[in-house]
Design a protein around this ligand. Structure first.
Ligand code: HEC
Ligand code: HEC
Length: 204
């Protein structure tokens, strides 16, 4: 059974490879050295595109606002109950974020949750920025909490508030929250590859 399937798969893969290679190498058959650096930068840009499609999404930006007020939902409306940044970004004195937000989603009440739920510090405001500006801010130790590239990469691929975006639960109206536009595995791969390729931010 298995080997029979392979018999079909191999020719299909071969065709795909030939088509793919043909698309890039339509001129010089011996331009290998030249095209490999082009391929590196075009794959770096592809990885950047995938990563930034996620970072620009509501699931991230709602918690990285530019006006101290967390946002909610697909339309990013200001958080109900007048929630705003308090001391240590945890909310106003009596009502800290964790009064309502637990370490897991509550799909009965529609309150999303993940460990250490809080508002991103003011220096990490992304709302309203272009993707280039977000990328610059994210890599700038003055704004990113003094993180090295490696630490930013780890935060982007491992932190629970980041990974929550792919398990965002159900909102207060009972509708599932929208996921970021790139599947989590593909996103993690793209982020790691982009950092490995030197974390180059392409021009706007
Ligand atoms: C519940 C709120 C919340 C959500 C949702 C959230 N973040 Fe954050 N984010 C924070 C907080 C709080 C910090 C600061 C944590 C720290 O410095 O230890 C932070 C810090 C960061 C940092 C490190 C600082 C920097 O500028 O390099 C990155 C990167 C980041 N977030 C990416 C994301 C991405 C990507 C998403 C969506 C997939 C996301 N965040 C969703 C709250 C959130
Ligand atoms: C009184 C309870 C309560 C408090 C306190 C509270 N929240 Fe919320 N929060 C909610 C509820 C309920 C929702 C879901 C609303 C919905 O989906 O319609 C929500 C949703 C959110 C969302 C939306 C996620 C998304 O992408 O749609 C973010 C971000 C958020 N809260 C951040 C915070 C932060 C940061 C704090 C502290 C400064 C905080 N909240 C304090 C009840 C609260």
């Amino acid at each position: 059974m298995r080997s029979q399937k392979l018999l079909y798969v191999i020719p299909v893969l071969l065709c795909a490879t030939i088509l793919f290679a043909g698309g890039f190498a339509n001129s010089e058959p011996d331009g290998a050295a030249e095209s490999s650096s082009e391929e590196l930068s075009s794959s770096s840009e592809e990885n950047f595109d995938k990563m930034m499609a996620v970072l620009m999404h509501k699931r991230c930006v709602n918690c990285h606002p530019n006006d101290n007020i967390p946002k909610q939902g697909e339309d990013s409306h200001p958080h109900y109950f007048g929630m705003a940044r308090g001391e240590g970004n945890l909310g106003y004195q009596a009502t800290t974020c964790n009064t309502c937000h637990q370490s897991e989603n509550n799909d009965y009440s529609g309150v999303p949750g993940a460990p250490e739920w809080s508002l991103a510090p003011e220096s990490m405001k992304w709302e309203g920025l272009t993707r280039t500006e977000i990328a610059e801010s994210m890599l700038d130790p003055k704004r990113n909490g003094g993180r090295t590239h490696h630490e930013v990469m780890e935060h982007l691929t491992e932190h629970e508030l980041v990974l929550w975006a792919w398990e965002p639960g159900i909102d207060a109206a009972g509708n599932p929250r929208e996921l970021p536009p790139v599947p989590v595995d593909e996103y993690i791969e793209a982020v790691k590859a982009w950092f490995e390729e030197g974390a180059v931010i392409p021009a706007e």
